[in-house]
Design a protein around this ligand. Structure first.
Ligand code: ADP
Ligand code: MG
Ligand code: ZN
Length: 646
């Protein structure tokens, strides 16, 4: 069971994506930027400023002197200039006079007010003393524009301040948004120093894939150089492979390796019941990424929206799915290639994808992420036991040898289970036995404390004995590693067979052997007790999957021929996948092969009845048999060497 990928949580509930290494997203725009507090603060600032400005204009630093004093100075010939506006007079003295209010220093400029009843002949006096007189009209005729500006100024100031304060308050850490109307420069992303980002160091066993993605890393690191050469990067890279092989991990590692922001979302998270929501979210996501480019957008499980269109594509939400997909395609078409946004997508069903997705300029690079081989598994185990103290005798190479077919996620889970077991057992180190018990748990399921009636135990012993014995008798079949009649997971018993070495292709003979082995449980119950029980449900599912592949996909039936008659997931997006006659033939051939295999299983068990009885007896006594004990109980010697079977 793959452990959950440790992706960071979503930043906001209303955006379906997560980001990592990106400057924090600004909070959603509120109806009132800054809220009431911002407004009040802005008003207060405007008030203070207005007061300061007004007092500056009003008072200046000239003292108000009495009109008597002014008259005296005029008479004394000490006034050089005056400015008059109505009865208000400002002026300048030739030589300073002590301030009227007894303040420090002298004053040279002054202002005063001429009383209306003053009957002095001010004008005559002024001309006699040669004072320059300037007057301005009482009512100033300002232009319409000036009036408008003047009346709007406080309002404008208020709004401006409000906006500034709102930005300060709301986006205290919102570095991404620049000042008013200024486009935020694509600044280098400062990585949060605390959290170490995922890099290729954390990925193992898929070196070829890493190699292919290195191009992307290089492009993200030096986008200018590619731009200068006029080289276009692929807009999108599609990672395809079985679940748990590390696709998500790889995408994050590419971003971490290049040191660029990483936006990730699962395609299904875009889809809502409301048509159009998905598309607008896609638009937002791409806009966000462009803002901080170079960046990576990762869309997980793209097959959920990227399935081939047309045909019976399920029920409602079809339009929404299509619109969301179209939006992604549109955004990718819009790439000029120089923006430095690379889209990575992952799927474990590359075969069902809409061809529109894989057109040039879109996801034109497909990278297959396979399950790791033996050396890869060892390397992955090393990574996931980095922080686990291992005891002396632990041989990770040996563990890797016994876990063919397991993916990175399963191996990570194995390492974790072993550590959990060691803690439970109050050990300071993880020992080899912790690891093998953990492997048993991972492969067979957790033990279930279930008291079975004796009769049922006996039947289970024969059932598992049947599987195991047929597995041992088939030439070229995977060796039996473990048999148990302790209930585990949903099963009453388990027989585990794993290959000695990794297998990449299967022969028809091997597949028939698998079917015979899987039918062995049912055949044994039938042979010994002459009953059919529900315990064979799982076995039959397995048989059906194998035989459908043999007949419908792998050309192993002469009658159906060498063609693909059934799609790999059993349901074609285009409805019927072949002519009804062909499908009839497929059905017929599947039955024929299974019947033949069942016959063979029954025959082998009948001929080896003493071995079956011995195996069942041993199981009832021991409950669990390992490889050596199982072969010994059945009296069969293992044919092959330890590893390296053809
Ligand atoms: P996928 O996306 O292909 O289903 P994930 O990337 O989600 O797989 O893998 C799940 C976890 O399994 C990862 O977080 C990592 O811990 C582990 N894992 C998978 N593949 C690898 C690998 N090649 N190297 C190291 N760890 C791996
Ligand atoms: Mg994934
Ligand atoms: Zn079974």
């Amino acid at each position: 069971m793959p452990s959950p990928t440790p992706v960071p949580p979503r930043d906001r509930a209303d955006t379906p994506w997560r980001s990592e290494g990106a400057p924090p997203t600004p909070p959603p725009r509120r109806r009132m930027p800054g809220g009431w507090r911002g407004l009040i603060l802005a008003a207060a600032v405007v008030f203070v400023i207005a007061n300061v400005v007004l007092s500056f204009f009003n008072e200046g630093d000239e003292p108000t002197i009495s009109y008597t004093e002014f008259s005296k100075q005029v008479a004394a010939g000490n006034v050089s200039t005056i400015y008059a506006k109505g009865d208000a007079i400002q002026g300048e003295l030739k030589s300073g006079r002590p301030k009227p209010d007894g303040g420090k220093g002298d004053y040279k400029t002054f202002e005063t007010q001429r009383p209306a009843f003053a009957e002095d002949d001010l004008w005559a006096n002024l001309t006699r003393q040669n004072v320059t007189v300037t007057a301005s009209p009482v009512v100033v005729q300002r232009s319409f524009l000036a009036n408008l500006l003047l009346s709007l100024a406080p309002m404008l100031l208020l709004v401006l301040l409000w906006v500034v304060i709102a930005r300060r308050m709301g986006g205290a850490m919102g570095g991404a948004v620049g000042g008013l109307g200024r486009k935020a420069p694509p600044k280098p992303v400062e990585l949060d120093s605390g959290a170490r980002r995922t890099t290729f160091e954390d990925v193992a066993g898929i070196d070829e894939v890493e190699g292919e993605l290195n191009d992307v890393v290089d492009f993200l690191e030096h986008p200018q150089e590619y731009r200068r050469m006029g080289a276009r990067m692929p807009g999108g890279v599609l990672l395809s492979g079985p679940p748990g092989t590390g696709k998500t991990l790889l995408a994050r590692a590419v971003a971490g390796e290049a040191g660029v922001p990483f936006f990730s979302a699962s395609a299904s998270e875009f889809i809502e019941m409301i048509v159009g929501v998905g598309a607008s979210r896609v638009r937002e996501l791409f806009a966000e990424a462009r803002k901080v480019a170079p960046a990576i957008i990762f869309i997980d499980e793209i097959d959920t929206i990227g399935r081939a269109r047309g045909g019976a594509a399920g029920m409602g939400g079809h339009d929404e799915r299509e619109q969301t997909l179209n939006q992604i395609l549109t955004e990718m078409d819009g790439f000029s290639g120089s923006e430095g946004v690379v889209v990575l997508a992952a799927t474990n069903r590359a075969d069902v994808l809409d061809p529109a997705l894989t057109r040039p300029g879109r996801f034109d690079r497909m990278v297959v992420v396979p399950p790791p081989d033996r050396a890869g598994r060892e390397a992955i185990l090393r990574i996931h036991t980095r922080d686990i103290p291992l005891a002396e005798g632990v041989d990770l190479a040996q563990v890797a040898r016994t876990t063919p077919g397991m993916t990175g996620a399963e191996l990570a889970n194995l390492a974790n289970e072993a550590a959990l077991l060691a803690v439970k057992r109050r050990r300071s180190e993880v020992t080899a036995s912790d690891l093998s018990d953990a492997l048993e748990k991972v492969q067979l399921g957790a033990e279930r404390p279930l008291v079975m009636p004796e009769e049922e135990r006996r039947r289970t012993a024969y059932h598992e004995g049947g599987h195991a014995l047929l597995g041992m008798l088939q030439p070229g079949a995977d060796p039996v590693r473990k048999i148990t009649i302790v209930p585990r997971g949903r099963a009453l018993g388990v027989t585990l067979s794993t290959p000695d070495a990794d297998r990449y292709a299967y022969t028809e003979e091997y597949l028939r052997g698998r079917i015979i082995g899987a039918l062995g449980g049912m055949a044994a119950e039938h042979l010994v007790y002459n009953v059919v029980t529900t315990g064979a449900e799982n076995d039959l599912e397995q048989v059906t999957t194998i035989v459908r592949g043999m007949v419908g996909r792998w050309g192993m039936s002469e009658r159906v021929g060498r063609l693909t008659a059934v799609p790999s997931d059993g349901q074609s997006p285009y409805g019927l996948s072949a002519a009804p006659a062909t499908l009839d033939a497929v059905d017929h051939e599947m039955r024929r092969i299974v019947d033949e295999c069942y016959e063979e299983a029954c025959r082998l068990l009948r001929e080896n009845r003493p071995r079956l009885d011995a195996l069942a007896r041993a199981l009832l006594a021991e409950e669990t048999l390992d490889e050596a004990a199982a072969y010994a109980a059945a009296g069969i010697t293992r044919l092959t060497k330890d590893h390296g079977t053809a």
